[in-house]
Design a protein around this ligand. Structure first.
Ligand SMILES: [Zn+2]
Ligand SMILES: [Zn+2]
Length: 369
């Protein structure tokens, strides 16, 4: 099968749309026709080389589509079924999968770093040379092949054209609020970064009943979106120091919980410094692997602060998706306002530019169906 896809040839170069070959689904795999795929900052990090995955690569990892064929031994999925793709397809047999933390699956993590699938090569190639797949998904493509457990049936009542966001931004952000931080009604929260993930954290905080939700960003469009989606206050870092600004908005104490949804050492440290004594700073943003942070060590014992990581919303994707879909159906989780612009596949490179420049909420590429 030939498929048009968004490709990165080398770090620092612009992405382009090209044609690649796609092999049939192997044992335990499925072929998916993509309807919509979001573009995430993690895709951008590959383009800049901040996330040094193997190239060339088919980008994209947040999508909804329809299963068109299943490989040998697949009984859980059938052709014609609408699905949301998960960029962590849990192997089901490693220590973390068995102990109920499938988001930490070591086999899926290792395959993602190599641009392969579970126990098989990437499904894409060009002139006989392998083309890698982003995090076992490679969704910015008309068709892709993924492990069957990475194609989660789309629950009733969520339109296919909105469901893509559930696969990365919403799973990650809402999960960070509800699972990692286990927010409780009445808490005060600050969210650094109001991109797709940060906006989802804000929604999770609203759903959990947080009384004060402060969005911290430098782009007016994103601060406007944050207010639409539940932020009670905004803080523009062009005008104010974020740590001072958060202290002054919380009676001098700092928020109960801070979330960093950018992935930069400076903002991670700010999120830690701003959280109140005894509070928790949750790190959701993915910083380049070589970056390090420096924190005041006295603050840990004397202020009892917690610094906590959150990966894929601390979610079991197969169980979390139906729950997120129920929140969409009940009117508590809003997908429409997050998508401010959609693109055809041919214009996907523009989505990358718009995302890098902060000109959009979550860019979504309309690929098929
Ligand atoms: Zn993502
Ligand atoms: Zn596993």
């Amino acid at each position: 099968l030939k498929t048009k896809a968004v490709l990165i040839e080398d770090y620092g170069e612009k992405v382009h749309v090209g044609e690649v070959d796609l092999r049939d689904p192997g044992p335990g795999e499925v072929l998916v026709e993509i309807a919509r795929s979001g573009v995430c900052h993690s895709d951008l990090h590959v383009v800049t080389g901040d996330l040094p995955l193997p190239v060339p690569m088919v980008l994209g990892h947040e999508a909804a589509g329809t299963i068109r064929a299943v490989g040998p031994g697949v009984h859980s999925a059938r052709a014609g079924e609408s699905v949301v793709l998960s960029w962590i397809p849990p192997c089901g047999s490693c220590r973390f999968c068995l102990e109920g933390q499938p988001q930490l699956c070591t086999r899926a993590a290792s395959a993602a770093m190599k641009g392969k699938l579970l126990g098989s090569d990437a499904p894409f190639s060009r002139a006989g040379e392998v083309v890698h797949s982003f995090s076992l998904t490679g969704t910015l493509s008309q068709y892709t092949v993924v492990p069957a457990q990475g194609a989660i049936p789309l629950p009733e009542g969520v339109p296919l054209d909105k469901a893509a966001l559930l696969g990365c931004a919403v799973m990650t952000g809402v999960g960070a609020a509800l699972n990692t931080a286990a927010l409780r009604p009445g808490q005060s929260v600050a969210v650094f970064g109001a991109g797709g993930v940060g906006l989802s954290v804000i929604q999770g905080a609203r759903i959990a009943g947080a009384s004060q939700i402060i969005a911290v960003d430098r782009v007016p469009l994103r601060l406007d979106l944050a207010r639409q989606l539940g932020a009670t206050e905004t803080l523009d870092v062009n005008e104010e120091d974020p740590v001072d600004g958060l202290l002054s908005r919380t009676g001098g104490y700092g928020p109960d919980v801070t979330f960093e949804a950018i992935g930069r050492p400076e903002t991670i440290v700010q999120a830690f410094n701003a959280v109140r004594r005894g509070g928790t700073a949750v790190i959701v943003g993915v910083a380049p692997p070589h970056e390090e942070i420096s924190l005041n060590s006295f603050a840990f014992p004397s202020q009892e602060k917690t610094l906590k990581g959150s990966w894929y919303g601390s979610s079991d994707p197969g169980r979390a998706l139906p729950k997120l879909a129920r929140l969409v159906r009940s009117g508590q989780l809003w997908l429409d306002p997050m998508v401010t612009k959609t693109y055809d596949l041919a214009d996907a490179p523009m989505a990358f530019d718009d995302l890098a420049e902060g000109r959009v909420g979550r860019p979504v590429v309309h690929i098929g169906l």
